[in-house]
Design a binder for this molecule. Structure first.
Ligand SMILES: [Zn+2]
Ligand SMILES: [Zn+2]
Ligand SMILES: [Zn+2]
Ligand SMILES: [Zn+2]
Length: 482
């Protein structure tokens, strides 16, 4: 989501230090912090085909190599291919001495065609199919055997490493003398347990490693054909780089070798806060739905700032700036402008949710990613907004108020106008003498705002619903004028 009119003249400083427009940010209601795509955890919820909307679990998607089995893309322009039907008169069969075919019924046959570039499966000699969906001849990957060998090899290595790790852990517990292994309790050996679970035994994995033949690098390269430099090139027959790379297994150089591409599956993602593990977005499972079950976007929680207009910034001068602030929350908001350096440091609180339970459930879960690196980027200092020392009250969002015309103009020196949950401010930007003409004019300003949290607090946490939060933003004011 982005504005067409104001792409990213106003950027917010994310907790991780990235600068992003508000439409690209999330807001964790549990940590009360702004998060961006860089500092959250992305998870694949479901796989689906964006063309036929069929969805499937990830195991099936992996089996199908993340491609839809019934939809194809054009290998020439990548548009979706459509299935077309034609009536075909059956050909007389000379072997049977069958000369009369008029009384035989015409048969319906299907082929694939691109409505965008007119490429069709007939162009490359793929025979028409008697059924509308499926049944298209599949090309075999010439390197399939080697790829499978490599896969088996790496699976075996992963298996071995896992086993070593387990053995190490078991030893550690055995030394402490408090731990009863599964083997002690049930007489079950590790190999038997693996067998029951359907996992490859350690013997078969070590066999796969021993039998593996690594690739050999070679300095000798096949010579180019004689006529390589003299033969005239017909560009109509040569494929483009994009066309070749769309089919990495074959990489056809000749347009006659193009083959319909099975459509790659799309995924629905849910996103989590890395610090507290809560969901920030969660889409509805149905691939046809574009709605979210959880959608904690900063756009709904953090005051929105837009630049109405500004005077060109000049070195050593004070210029005017008009800003519009909006309160997107359903609660009244107190707002104040600050200098970024006046933002008080945040006292770090441990995530309040019960993490121990989650940890006990997922024994081997890798938690190294939960550390969120938080830092402050270098803020522009050449210019500063002369922030008024007053706080403003912004009414709650009211969708019906969009239709009202009663804008209050000129309510004070600073407030230019007021309209339901929006407010326009008349501000001054002061620029140092050191600012050089032609350099980008950027100014940092911090917002202090009240936020009412509607999330019920964790069991043993004090019930706090009203918070004072801070956010820093950077305004892009063009370039420093002469
Ligand atoms: Zn969080
Ligand atoms: Zn971030
Ligand atoms: Zn499909
Ligand atoms: Zn096409």
């Amino acid at each position: 989501m982005a504005y067409l009119t104001q792409p990213d003249y106003v950027k917010y400083v994310c907790s991780c230090g990235q600068l992003k427009p508000i439409t690209n940010l999330y807001f964790c209601r549990h940590c009360l912090k702004i998060r961006c795509g860089f500092c959250i955890c992305h998870e694949v919820d479901s796989h689906y085909c964006a063309n036929c909307l069929e969805n499937m679990p990830s195991s099936e998607a992996r089996l199908k190599k993340n491609r839809c089995s019934s939809c194809f893309d054009c290998p020439s322009c990548f548009h979706t291919l459509s299935t077309r039907a034609t009536l075909v008169q059956p050909r007389p069969d000379p072997a049977a001495g069958d000369a009369k075919v008029e009384n035989k019924q015409a048969k319906k046959m299907y082929y694939l065609s691109c409505f965008n570039c007119r490429w069709s499966s007939r162009d490359v000699g793929i025979p028409d199919q008697p059924v509308a969906s499926g049944g298209w001849p599949e090309r075999v990957n010439p390197h399939a055997a080697r790829v499978n060998q490599l896969l088996d090899f790496y699976k075996a290595i992963a298996q071995q490493e896992k086993q070593e790790k387990l053995d190490k852990e078991r030893k550690k517990f055995a030394i402490r003398g408090k731990y009863i292994t599964l083997t002690d309790k049930t007489g079950l050996t590790g190999a038997m347990a693996r067998n029951i679970a359907g996992l490859p035994s350690s013997e078969s994995s070590s066999l796969a490693i021993a039998n593996f033949v690594p690739s050999q690098a070679s300095a000798e390269v096949e010579a180019l054909p004689e006529d390589y430099y003299t033969k005239e090139v017909n560009l109509k027959q040569v494929t483009s780089m994009a066309q070749r790379l769309a089919a990495p297994e074959w990489q056809p150089t000749n347009a006659a070798r193009l083959h319909p591409l099975a459509r790659a599956l799309s995924v629905k993602r849910s996103q989590r806060c890395r610090n507290c593990d809560h969901n920030l977005t969660k889409p509805e499972y149905n691939p046809g739905s574009i709605k979210f079950k959880i959608e904690l976007l900063a756009y709904y929680h953090v005051p929105e700032v837009k630049i109405i207009s500004y005077e060109s910034v000049k070195a050593g001068a004070t210029t005017s700036l008009l800003l519009k602030l909006a309160n997107p929350t359903p609660h009244e908001m107190q707002l104040k402008l600050l200098q970024p350096q006046d933002v008080p440091p945040r006292e770090e609180t441990e995530p309040t949710l019960d993490k121990s339970l989650e940890k006990s459930l997922s024994f081997e879960k890798d938690t190294s990613w939960t550390k969120v690196i938080e830092r402050q980027p270098a803020l522009p200092t050449a210019s500063r907004v002369l922030a008024p020392d007053t706080s403003f009250t912004l009414a709650q969002r009211d969708d019906a108020a969009e239709y009202d015309d009663d804008t209050q103009h000129d309510t004070s020196d600073i407030i230019l106008w007021r309209k339901s949950n929006k407010l326009a401010l008349r501000l001054q930007v002061q620029t140092d003498d050191t600012a050089k003409p032609g350099e980008p004019a950027r100014v940092a300003v911090a917002l202090e705002y009240s936020y009412r949290n509607t999330v019920p607090p964790a069991a043993n946490a004090p019930p706090r619903t009203d918070h004072t939060l801070y956010t820093t933003l950077i305004l892009d004011l063009g370039v420093v004028a002469e």
